[in-house]
Ligand binder design. Sequence first.
Ligand SMILES: Nc1ncnc2c1ncn2[C@@H]1O[C@H](COP(=O)(O)OP(=O)(O)OP(=O)(O)O)[C@@H](O)[C@H]1O
Ligand SMILES: [Mg+2]
Length: 396
Amino acid sequence: MRIIIYTGKGGTGKTVNSCSTAVNLADSGYRTLILSSDPAHTLSDAFMTDYIGNEPTKIIDNLFALQVDPVTEINKHFNSILTYIASVFFTKGVDETLSYEIAMLPGMTQLFSLLKVEEAMNHGDYDAVVLDMPASGEALRYLYFPKLAGSIGKKLTGFTGVFSGFAKMFQPFSGFSPSSSTLPPANVLQNELDLLGRLESLSGLITDSSVTSLRLVANPDTFSIENAKRALMSANLYGINVDLVIINKIMPKGSPDSYFAKWSVFQNSKVEEAKSNFYPLPIREAKLYDRELRGIDMLRENSKLIFENNDPSNVFYNGKVFEFIREGSGLRMKLKVPFTDKDSFEIIRYGDQISIKVRGPTGYIINVIPLPAATIGMKLAGSKLVKGELDIFFER
Ligand SMILES: Nc1ncnc2c1ncn2[C@@H]1O[C@H](COP(=O)(O)OP(=O)(O)OP(=O)(O)O)[C@@H](O)[C@H]1O
Ligand SMILES: [Mg+2]
């Protein structure tokens, strides 16, 4: 059983690459479900089919598609908890409509879309689930949310006995406490225990690298590559395995037109930069078609170009590119690098990122690496190169 998740900056090609992968998997005989939580009807646009809704719709043999409806999912899993928390706000004098608004944690909509993955996996109807996620940064937090809500929530529920763990998460906003406030009714607590159980199961699936792969989609431009790097760093922090980077929409080389030739040279330099930036992750290059990429045939062709003869359900890489280890009040960051000469690189920190300048055969390559929030308030204390790994230490 495999869960393959695509993420990346807006418009880079997450949806079409998710669909391409799903078509390829289905063609290879895997019972495949593709899920999208986009508010717009992107799956039916990509497959060029009729309406796709909250129930699996058959696309081709072995392939079903589902456009998650967050409202339905929230109603199913969270309604009684939501109503309870909102009622507490309401009794504190907050307008009722606003109470509901506040009772929704940021990212909750996405979280409930993820529960659909858990449902599909535990149902056993599919061999592979492909998830088309919204743009990177935020999306990854949603992936981590099960862990947060699951463990904290369960602890709180256990700790306070009968008090809702979810409600407890809102305590800083509402000021209510188990002793001073009306306790949640039994059905709310049961709803919560069920939900936490499912979140825990989801979290287990997502952090298991033999089950889940996160794949990053970028274009050959600075902005989407930076975005993907940040997504990689977060995923590594969260313990989600990233196994592939797709650089999509690469223009063909050798255009006689100087305008396009210039673009091609620029894009080529970005692809080379990406190879060093995402090292040792495998990178697949995908061309920019001369027309909009959509429809089963084009998606199928695109997947063959990307995966060649490989099975898209493979785990293409298993390991952490970045590793962060707490050491006393400091933090050690380990990073695999494509160079081995200890005299050929220079590290400089700029705010929430470090730049590694490496002398290569054709000049300097600069790799800018985003730092986790834990390094705020720490300073770069030293670095060394050990067996192809850069070891950087931050001190408080
Ligand atoms: N390699 C390509 N060649 C031609 N057109 C492409 C290619 N990749 C994507 N497109 C087109 O670019 C547009 C955006 O692609 P897509 O919807 O997959 O991006 P996305 O990352 O899912 O966007 P969003 O962030 O809005 O969800 C679509 O019209 C798609 O057909
Ligand atoms: Mg999309």
